[in-house]
Each structure stands twice: as structure tokens, then as C-alpha cells.
Design a protein around this ligand. Structure first.
Ligand code: SF4
Ligand code: SF4
Length: 351
């Protein structure tokens, strides 16, 4: 029994130019913080398994010896338990690519787009090697990041190798501008989960946020994906609250209407824009907490199942006392009810 984390023992993450353990940011990555770096100057090379695990042990042994790698300090993934130290991979993050067919106003990829565009290597040779060697465990998690996965050159290959045969559970953020038949198949077979960040309920607001005129196409594709067999938490619609752009109930209601149109979509995620959080040093204006709570109430009353995933994680991950704060925030969202007099203000307020 000791403090460690599953990902440092069994995780791989493909970054642009680096193979690292994870993409978590206990020390803020935007400000130069890095997760544990396994191999620098990495461009998809096949690393022999012994060499790979020898390097991974350099980090995991620090936990075993009672200390903590400096990159992992304050990480919310750390927990105390009996760890399985055998050599396998069961958590892979793919976030080394950035091309996208949208241009969201909040996208962090925009900052490094040119650099990453020229540096998108192939990962399938290495992943196939690890799978054939029995290193990647059946049932492992694949988390996609980066740009738009449906237009990434190895998208179909990855889904064929890990999704269609139900080898892995694949978590995919997609803007759904491009319909992917293979993604649909993986969804129907229960091995893929998609999160579509729609952030709007109208063409006008969508265009303002995504900076492409594709609202109708996206709604059409969401409805296509939402066919029979994809109804158990396979499709989540996300609403990122962006100050001054979509921070009102009217837009949110239209967003819910898209969910209704897509019939089997039940799960929605309410988030808050990461750059806003940074600009206010993670101290969220109470207006947004109340707005999120109000959105939650409305969504539940219309049969949706709302989650607050990154809304909570992003705001608190860098805070040493984050667990208490998360608890308080959840309690706040869960338990504090709006007074009638506040209703008008919160439904009409523009930040
Ligand atoms: S403790 Fe956190 S930063 Fe370190 S490997 Fe695990 S998830 Fe990554
Ligand atoms: S869809 Fe995703 S990757 Fe593409 S611009 Fe928007 S946030 Fe960035």
C-alpha cells in the first residue's frame, strides 16, 4: 500500500514531439508545466518494451519509495492503495495532432497550431507493436485529445484496431462536422463514446464560437450518430459557457432542443471556458455557478442527465485544497436554490 497513480504505472500519452505519461496538468501546462516525460524528441518510433518500462519505472519507483515526481505534485489522480506493478498499458492518450475543421474561439490548439501541424507523426506502428506483444491490455482506455479526430490520418486505423473489435473503450471529443462511418460503427458496438461540444443552439451563436458555418451539418450528424444502440451514455453534448457569448438560458434551451431532436441523447456536460478561468485566477464569478445550477435544473426537468466534469476539475485542479473546494462547489451547485427575485437577473444577464 503506497501513494501512486495508475497512469504512471500503466499509462502512455502521445504529445507533439514527446512521449509522456499523461496529459494532466497539476502544474499548469499553459504556463510551461509538463507531465512526466518518458521520451523527448519522440516521433512515433517503436520503443522496445523493456526500454519503455525501464523508463516508466524511473518515475513510478519514486512513488514506491515514498516520494513523488516533481511533475506529479498535487495531482488529483494520486491515491493510496495496493498497486499492480506488472508491466502492461491500460490507459493511452492520443493528443499529438492538431488539425481541425473548426476554429473555436477557446481552442488551445490555436496557440500552437503551426508548430504541431508540421509535427504530426504516426502512432499505429508503435501501438500495433505493443498490442502484438500483449502489452496493451484488453479493455484499456483510449482517450483522444488534440485536434479533430475524424480528420486525423490514423483515425480509421485506430478505430479498426481498437474499437470495432471491442478491444478498448475509446473516448472521443469530436465537433461532428464530418460524419465518420467507422466512428458510428464503434459507437453502435459500444466501444466508443463521443462528446460533441455544441456550445450553442443556433446557427448564429455556433458560428460565433466555432468560426465555421456548420451548425446544421453538426445537428444532422449528431442525429445520425444517435441511432439505436448508441443510447447508453455513448453520446454526450457539451455546453461550454463562454462569457459574453452564450451565457444565457435562452441559448441553452435551444441547445437542449437539439438533444431532444437527436432523440437518444440524454447526457449533457456543462463546462466553463478555460481561458476565462485563467483570467480570473480560477475564482469563478458566482453568476456562473448559479447559471450552471440553473442549467442543471432546467436540463433535469426536461429529462437530461447533466454532468459538470471539467467545470469542476479545471477550476480546482491547481488548488492544493482542491478536494474540499470541489466538495463545496458540488454542494453549492446541488443544494443552493435560486431565489425568485434572482431568476430574472440570471436568465437575462449578459456578462
Ligand atoms: S500523478 Fe498525475 S501527473 Fe503524475 S502521472 Fe499520474 S496523472 Fe500524470
Ligand atoms: S473543435 Fe476542438 S480542436 Fe477543433 S478548433 Fe474547436 S476546440 Fe479546437
Amino acid at each position: 500500500m503506497y501513494k501512486s497513480c495508475n497512469i504512471i504505472l500503466h499509462g502512455l500519452c502521445f504529445f507533439a514531439g514527446e512521449l509522456v505519461s499523461c496529459c494532466y496538468a497539476p502544474n499548469d501546462q499553459i504556463n510551461g508545466g509538463k507531465p512526466p516525460i518518458l521520451f523527448d524528441n519522440y516521433n512515433g518510433e517503436i520503443i522496445p518494451k523493456d526500454k519503455l518500462f525501464a523508463r516508466m519505472h524511473e518515475f513510478s519507483s519514486q512513488f514506491k519509495n515514498g516520494s513523488c515526481p516533481k511533475e506529479c505534485e498535487n495531482c488529483f489522480k494520486i491515491e493510496e492503495k495496493d498497486w499492480d506493478e506488472s508491466e502492461y498499458i491500460d490507459y493511452i492518450t492520443i493528443t499529438h495532432f492538431s488539425p481541425c475543421n473548426a476554429d473555436c474561439i477557446y481552442c488551445s490548439n490555436n496557440l500552437e497550431l503551426d508548430e504541431r501541424k508540421t509535427n504530426t507523426y504516426e502512432i499505429m506502428p508503435f501501438l500495433r507493436y505493443l498490442k502484438n506483444e500483449g502489452i496493451i491490455k484488453q479493455g484499456c482506455e483510449l482517450h483522444i485529445g488534440g485536434g479533430e479526430f475524424s480528420i486525423y490520418k490514423e483515425c480509421d486505423d485506430i478505430l479498426s484496431e481498437f474499437g470495432i473489435n471491442k478491444f478498448a473503450n475509446i473516448y472521443i471529443p469530436t465537433n461532428a462536422i464530418k460524419y465518420s462511418a467507422i466512428m458510428h460503427k464503434a459507437l453502435s458496438q459500444g466501444s466508443a463514446y463521443i462528446v460533441v461540444s455544441l456550445d450553442s443552439g443556433t446557427r448564429k451563436t455556433f458560428k460565433k464560437i466555432k468560426r465555421v458555418d456548420a451548425f446544421d451539418k453538426v445537428v444532422e450528424n449528431i442525429c445520425k450518430y444517435a441511432t439505436e444502440g448508441t443510447n447508453e451514455h455513448k453520446i454526450t453534448l457539451k455546453y461550454v459557457i463562454i462569457p459574453g457569448v452564450n451565457d444565457n438560458i435562452q441559448e441553452f434551451q435551444k441547445f437542449l432542443d437539439v438533444g431532444k431532436k437527436a432523440k437518444v441523447v440524454q447526457y449533457i456536460r456543462i463546462d466553463i471556458e478555460a481561458r476565462y478561468l485563467r483570467s480570473v485566477n480560477n475564482i469563478i464569478n458566482p453568476y456562473y455557478l448559479k447559471l450552471a445550477k440553473k442549467m442543471k435544473e432546467i436540463a433535469i426537468s426536461q429529462g437530461f442527465k447533466p454532468e459538470f466534469h471539467s467545470f469542476i476539475q479545471q477550476s480546482m485542479a491547481q488548488n492544493i485544497n482542491y478536494k474540499d473546494k470541489i466538495r463545496n462547489l458540488i454542494n453549492f451547485i446541488e443544494l443552493k436554490y435560486l431565489k425568485k427575485a434572482e431568476k430574472e437577473f440570471y436568465t437575462n444577464h449578459k456578462y
